[in-house]
Design a protein around this ligand. Structure first.
Ligand code: NAP
Length: 305
């Protein structure tokens, strides 16, 4: 299905919003892209980068006449933004988003939309630890999954159009319920981020090891955690506050498993450790085989000169 919109409005021009703007332009998916951000410095930067056709700090004004509106602000700001734009939306407009949490997003946005607006929530499972309009790039979504969580009454044509939009910018699309999305992402993304924030915080708090030593002797494992723990604080605070139930469920299981490992170490149960580490190694191989990661040292992130 080929896809083209007359006017796309993107609200929140950070990493994800600015990457979408760049990808839309590169793939010729809209006649006009309106960039909207609450911060005047961000809209000024968007103009300087030339990644949208117009830019404004006024969301209510910016969404008028848009056929597709994509919310790319932190999840905690969704309710406020939806309240502002709801009454201004063109009849038949499609409203979508990129939030890392889905059930809370539906609850926050849906009440502000008229019956004429088609709401198709989406989550591109792609990102980096960087933020802001300079951090974005057009190929961020290439080969990555984008999960759609449309309400049961969402018009099929709008769902197909949003799916085709993500495919046009390189993503693979899957559909699931918001609740299932939140549980899957709690396991694959949210709890791993919490573990990274925690381990880096613990290392930073260790009084017998100086900060200088933590940086100087940081081994590969710790360095990988610090990359994740450098992710945007506002975005991740909002993820945990808005996916509370699923995160707490997964954390409960994680803690049980951690205690079991602690016990195995205490009692010298080497076979138990070896069996788990063998199982987890196979999972990494599976991820590489599915093209979701590279087998290169340092995940291919260190550029060879
Ligand atoms: P980001 O780089 O921090 O960008 C967010 C932008 O939204 C900032 O420019 C921010 O301005 C602006 N903003 C905040 N509140 C606003 C409001 N009320 N009205 C208009 N603009 C507002 O964050 P991001 O990484 O792009 O994340 C955006 C969304 O994408 C989040 O919902 C997140 O869950 C989702 N997501 C992120 C990733 C990732 O890896 N980063 C991956 C998938 C999905 P200020 O900086 O001035 O506050």
């Amino acid at each position: 299905m080929s896809v083209h919109f007359d006017r796309i409005a993107i609200i929140g021009m950070g990493l994800i919003g600015s990457s979408i703007a760049r990808a839309v332009r590169e793939n010729g998916l809209a006649s006009h892209v309106v960039a909207i951000d609450a911060a005047a410095e961000v809209t000024a930067r968007v103009r300087a980068l030339g990644i949208a056709d117009s830019a404004t700090t006024q969301a209510a004004k910016g969404v008028k006449k848009a056929d597709l509106v994509i919310l790319c602000v932190p999840v905690g700001a969704y309710g406020k933004v939806a309240r502002m734009i709801g009454p201004q939306l063109k009849a038949g407009a499609i409203i979508s988003d990129v939030g890392s949490v889905k059930a809370a997003v539906v609850k926050a946005v849906q009440p502000h939309l008229s019956a004429e607006a088609a709401f198709v929530p989406a989550h591109p499972v792609a990102g980096t630890e960087h933020s802001g309009p300079d951090a974005g790039f057009a190929t961020l979504f290439s080969g990555r999954w984008c999960i759609l969580t449309p309400p049961p009454d969402a018009p099929a044509e709008a769902v197909a159009k949003v799916g085709a939009f993500w495919e046009a910018i390189g993503s693979k699309v899957e559909i699931m319920t918001p609740e299932h999305h939140d549980l899957v992402l709690a396991v694959t993304s949210h709890v791993p981020h919490l573990i990274a924030y925690n381990i880096v915080g613990t290392a930073d708090d260790l009084e017998t090891v100086t900060k200088g030593e933590v940086i100087k002797f940081s081994a590969g494992g710790f360095r990988d955690f610090t990359r994740i723990a450098a992710s945007d604080p506002t975005m991740w605070r909002d993820v945990f506050l808005h996916n509370r139930e699923a995160v707490l469920e997964v954390l409960g299981r994680f803690q049980e498993d951690l205690f079991s490992l602690q016990r195995a170490i205490r009692w010298g149960e080497g076979d138990k450790l070896f069996d788990l580490f063998t199982r987890t190694r196979a999972i990494r191989r599976g991820i590489i085989q599915m093209g979701q990661e590279t087998a290169e040292p340092d995940f291919g992130r260190v550029k060879k000169t």
